[in-house]
Ligand binder design. Sequence first.
Ligand code: ATP
Ligand code: MG
Length: 522
Amino acid sequence: MKNLKINNRFTAELPADPDLTNETRQVKNTAFSYVNPTKPSNPKLIHASEETAALVGISKEEIHSEEFLNVFSGKEILPETQPYAMCYAGHQFGNWAGQLGDGRAINLTEVENNNTFYTLQLKGAGKTPYSRTADGLAVLRSSIREYLCAEAMYHLGVPTTRSLSLILSGDQVLRDILYNGNPAYEKGAVVCRVAPSFIRFGSFEMLAARNELKNLKQFVEYTIKHYFPEITGEPKEQYLQFFKKVADTTREMILHWQRVGFVHGVMNTDNMSVHGITIDYGPYGWLENYDPNWTPNTTDSQNKRYRFGNQPQVAHWNLYQLANAIYPLINETEGLEKILESFMDDFILDYKEMFLNKLGLFTSTETDNDLIDNLEAVLQLTETDMTIFFRNLSSVKKTDSVEKAIEKIQFAFYKIEEVSGEILDAWKKWFSVYLDRLNAEVLSDEVRLQKMNLINPKYVLRNYMAQLAIDAADKEDYSLVNELYTLLQKPYDEQPEYQKWFAKRPDWATSKVGCSMLSCSS
Ligand SMILES: Nc1ncnc2c1ncn2[C@@H]1O[C@H](COP(=O)(O)OP(=O)(O)OP(=O)(O)O)[C@@H](O)[C@H]1O
Ligand SMILES: [Mg+2]
C-alpha cells in the first residue's frame, strides 16, 4: 500500500504505558498501551469499501492484495507502526463502570491523506490489557452489522465512523451456551474502521476519576490542538470552547439519528465520540413502526434508558459526565452549565425545524408544535412504518383530498384493518390540517417532493435485512452483504431494481432473534 502515509501523533505525543505484557490489568498514568493484534488462522476478505480505502490512500487494486488482507485482519503489522489499545472508562446504563478501554479494538496506526488524519482501527482482533474477562474477538454476525451500518449511516448524511474492511478470521468464537449445555461457536471476524480519532468521553472520564490531572490537561490540549485548531484564547476559555464544540456536534448527530430513525442501543459514555460521530454499532436498530419507546437492546428492555425518544436526553446526560471530567481543569461550573442548558434548548429548536422539513414544510407558523405533536401521537395509534410514511408523504399533492392523501401513505400501516373508526378519524383530522399547511407553502409539489426525498430516506438497514445478510453469509454466501452495501450507498435514490427493500418488516421478522431485539453478545 504504497500511498499510505503513516503519521502517528497520538502515540508520539501522549504518555505510553511502559508495560508491554498484554496482561489484563488496571492501566494507570497513560492514555494507551501498545499491543499487537492476534494473528488470525485463515483470513478471508468478505468486503472492503473502495470509498473508505480512497479516503485513507489505498487504491482499488490494493484492496485485493495479500498485504491488505494481512494488515486488516491483524496478521501483519505495517512497517513503522506500533499498534495500540486506548485506555478509557465510562458510565454504562447510568452507572460508573471504572476502567473499560479497548478490550477488542486495536488502533493500527494513524495515516495522513489530503491533509487530513485518520486512525485505522481493527475491532475483534484479539485481547488487550483492557479485555477484562472477555476474549477480544467479534463474531461475523455483529461484524456484518457494524460494517454495513456505518457505511449506510455515512450515506444517509449521519456523522459516523467509516468501515474499511470486513474479514473472516477463520477462527471460531464462543459466545453463548445453548440450552442443551453445548457451547455455541460462531465464525470470528475483524472489521477495520476509520475515524479522525477514537477519543471518547470516557477517555477523559478515566483520567479525571484517577485524578491524573496532568495527563487530563495534556490529553484535552492534544485533542484541541489537532482536532479543534480554530479554538484559541486562555486555557480555561479553550476548554470551554472545546466542550461547546463537542456539545454542538453531539447535538447534530442525535438530530440525524432522530431524523432517520436510528436507535443506538448502548449510549454509554464510552461509546460517545468527542467528534460527535456515531461509534460502536452493537445492539442498534432502526425504527420500523414509529415508537419513541422502542429500544433494540434486550439488556435495556426493562428501563429502556436508551429508547429512541430518550436519545437527546441521554446525550445531554453523557455531556454532563464529560463536563464533570474536564471540570478540574476549569474549576468553575458556570460556563459548563450554560453550555449544558443551551444543549436542550437548541435541540428542541433544531428538532422542530428538522421535523417540519421531513414534512416538507420550510416556513414556520405558530401551530407547528401542534402539527408535530399530533402527528407523533397519530403515528402510534396503529403500527405505522416511519421510513415508508415519510417517504410516501412526499407524493401528497396540495390539491389532494384527505382520503387521497391517506391512500398515498397507507402502505406504511402494518395492520390496515385497524385504520378505521377513531383511528381513521384521527388520521383524517391530521391530514386536513397538514393539507391546509401545504397549501400555505410557496413551494410547488414537485420541488417539495425533491427536497423531502433528500431528507427522508427510501432505504435504511432494517434489522431483518441485516439478519438476512448474516444468515446467508454464515453459509458463505456474501451476495446479500454486497447487495445491501450497494443499495445503502444511495439511500435517497429511488433505485427501482431494489424496490423489494422498500418494505415493512415481514411478519417472520417480528419474533426472530436479531430482527427486532438484540443482546450485547457480539
Ligand atoms: N469480546 C470482547 N472482548 C474484550 N472486550 C470486550 C468484548 N466485548 C466488549 N468488550 C469491552 O467491553 C466494553 C464495553 O463494550 P461495548 O459493547 O460498548 O464495546 P465494543 O462493541 O466492544 O467496542 P467499541 O465501543 O469499540 O465499538 C469495552 O471496553 C469493550 O472493549
Ligand atoms: Mg463500545
